[in-house]
Design a protein around this ligand. Structure first.
Ligand code: NI
Length: 162
């Protein structure tokens, strides 16, 4: 009887997940064992110590969260990110192009930080939020604009499903 009930609830969970909404969150802590080569674990311990983690569990939780954030992008759900660009504002039409893009897709832009680095260079950090595919596309266009010397898109999450 127990087996049957488990089977049913598992199937229900799967169906729920695929319907688009996030699967129900369980805050209950679960333990699981991990096997790996000793040298890997030693290197991992060194790295997490440098990063200031006090235990492996928290470091592994962060790694898992990070890979789930990547997955959100794959699933094309709502994401949040930042686009950082450095450009020479004297390059012809560059500032206009960047501003035009932001007006054209204004729903995706939540906030912008602009710093005049020197007489020529500007640094801009744009906070973007929206459907993964749209956000990625606009980030690529900003970074790929002629005259942008360096650009970086960093994706994070709305935090709802973590
Ligand atoms: Ni500037």
């Amino acid at each position: 009887m127990k087996d049957v009930r488990y089977h049913i609830s598992e199937k229900h969970g799967e169906k729920h997940g695929r319907a688009g909404g996030a699967p129900k969150k369980s805050d209950e802590l679960q333990r699981f064992g991990v096997s790996m080569e000793g040298y890997l674990l030693e290197r991992f311990d060194r790295v997490i110590e440098q990063k200031g983690y006090t235990n492996r569990s928290e470091a592994i939780r962060d790694l898992i969260r990070d890979s789930l954030v990547e997955q959100e992008w794959d699933e094309n759900r709502e994401i949040v990110g930042t686009v950082t660009i450095v450009y020479d504002h004297e390059v012809r039409e560059l500032s206009d192009t960047l501003t035009d893009l932001q007006h054209q897709f204004q729903k995706l832009f939540r906030s912008t930080l602009h710093i005049h680095l020197d007489e020529h260079h500007c640094l801009e950090v744009l906070v973007v939020q929206g459907k993964g595919s749209e956000v990625k596309k606009i980030a690529d266009r900003l970074i790929g604009t002629k005259g942008v010397k360096h650009g970086k898109f960093t994706m994070t999450t709305t935090g709802k499903d973590l």
